[in-house]
Ligand binder design. Structure first.
Ligand code: HXC
Ligand code: NAP
Length: 280
């Protein structure tokens, strides 16, 4: 029987304490890996590590900060002696009419998604090249990187940047044996995403009706794809951006539908209410 084996692989998952990062962490553990997770909230990381066991190493690290990233990855290498893979999963996102965005709001998203992925990739890539080690970077993007997406413009711009980084580094670092890939998930309900991206139950229902397979993605489906890509079953896959979305992207970019279902003032009020709710 062909199995995905990650025995003794040391994998870093940014944002591994919640949602899809946590789901991937749990899958990697089941395949035999050791996983270091980071995020900004210590209690969230410790809870995930407590449930998953000693193969999970929690570390508070803000990916926007180069010093914090250096400390995190140095700690992983000191603890486990090596680093096999980095999963750039940490992200920020919210719904907003773009003409209302403050410069800080735009930067908040770009700094986590694009700058954070650069920090992790830069540290790991230099480490692997110096140590002649064939590492792997797996970036979690979105299906709207090629199309853009209404009402989540900073995320679309930042994720498109991460996609470009994926393709650039895949070619540049292929000669070192370093693989660089991306997964573009469709819709996988998580607390982090749904609390910020679904204005209300009615709009969520309209959103769900767009799903060609009549359902959302399941965590284990994403976990299996990520584990496969990080495993020794995929040595020739690099420079790939793989959607896992049940063909949802063929309906159009995720949040464009909002422009059809409500007028702008109604949307702006709904976005403001979401912002206030997530600040509480
Ligand atoms: C408009 C907003 C806003 C909102 C914050 N800001 N939330 N603007 N609408 N909903 C503005 C603030 O007013 C402020 O600008 C600036 O952004 C920074 O705000 P902070 O609260 O200080 O930012 P920070 O603490 O860094 O938090 C970052 C965050 C937050 C992105 C705003 O939501 C967060 O921590 N998110 C992490 C988790 C997450 O977003 N998960 C969802 C991922 S889903 P001013 O000018 O007022 O000071 C995803 C793809 C899903 O990525 C695709 C599904 C298909
Ligand atoms: P989530 O649970 O909110 O995950 C985001 C994670 O990033 C959190 O654990 C958060 O932890 C961490 N994070 C945010 N800012 C950080 C920072 N500066 N430094 C370190 N960690 C930081 O949302 P999710 O749905 O699981 O999303 C995970 C990934 O999947 C993201 O890349 C997202 O874009 C992508 N995605 C999700 C969907 C979906 O349908 N859910 C669809 C497409 C793509 P802290 O807040 O504690 O820092």
């Amino acid at each position: 029987m062909l199995k995905i084996d990650l025995t003794d692989k040391v994998i870093v998952v940014t944002g591994g304490g919640t949602g899809l990062g946590r789901a991937m962490t749990e899958t990697f553990i089941r395949c035999g890996a050791k996983v270091a997770i980071c995020g900004r909230r210590q209690h969230v990381l410790e809870e995930t590590a407590r449930v998953s066991g000693p193969q999970v190493l929690p570390f508070v690290c803000d990916v926007r900060d180069w010093e914090s990233v250096s400390q995190f990855l140095s700690h992983v290498v000191r603890t486990w002696g090596k680093l096999d893979a980095v999963v750039n999963n940490a992200a920020g996102n919210f719904l907003a009419a773009s003409e209302t965005l403050s410069p800080r709001a735009f930067r908040a998203i770009v700094d986590i998604v694009l700058v954070g992925s650069f920090h992790m990739s830069r540290w790991a890539g230099a480490y692997w090249i110096e140590n002649k080690f064939p590492g792997h970077i797996l970036n979690i993007v979105t299906t709207y990187t090629d199309t853009g997406c209404a009402f989540v413009m900073p995320s679309a711009a930042a994720k498109a940047g991460v996609q470009a980084m994926t393709l650039s580094l895949a070619y540049e670092w292929a000669m070192y044996g370093i693989r660089v890939n991306a997964i573009a998930p469709g819709s996988f309900p998580t607390e982090g995403a749904w609390s910020r991206l679904m204005p209300d139950a009615q709009m969520e229902q309209l959103y769900r009706q767009r799903m060609p397979m009549g359902r959302y993605g399941r965590y284990e489906e994403l976990g299996a794809l990520a584990a496969f890509l990080l495993s020794d079953l995929a040595p020739y896959i690099t420079g790939a951006v793989i959607p896992i979305d049940g063909a949802e992207r063929l309906q159009g970019a995720s949040f464009n539908y909002l422009a059809q279902v409500a007028d702008r003032e109604t949307l702006k009020k709904a976005f403001q209410a979401l912002k206030e709710a997530s600040a509480r």
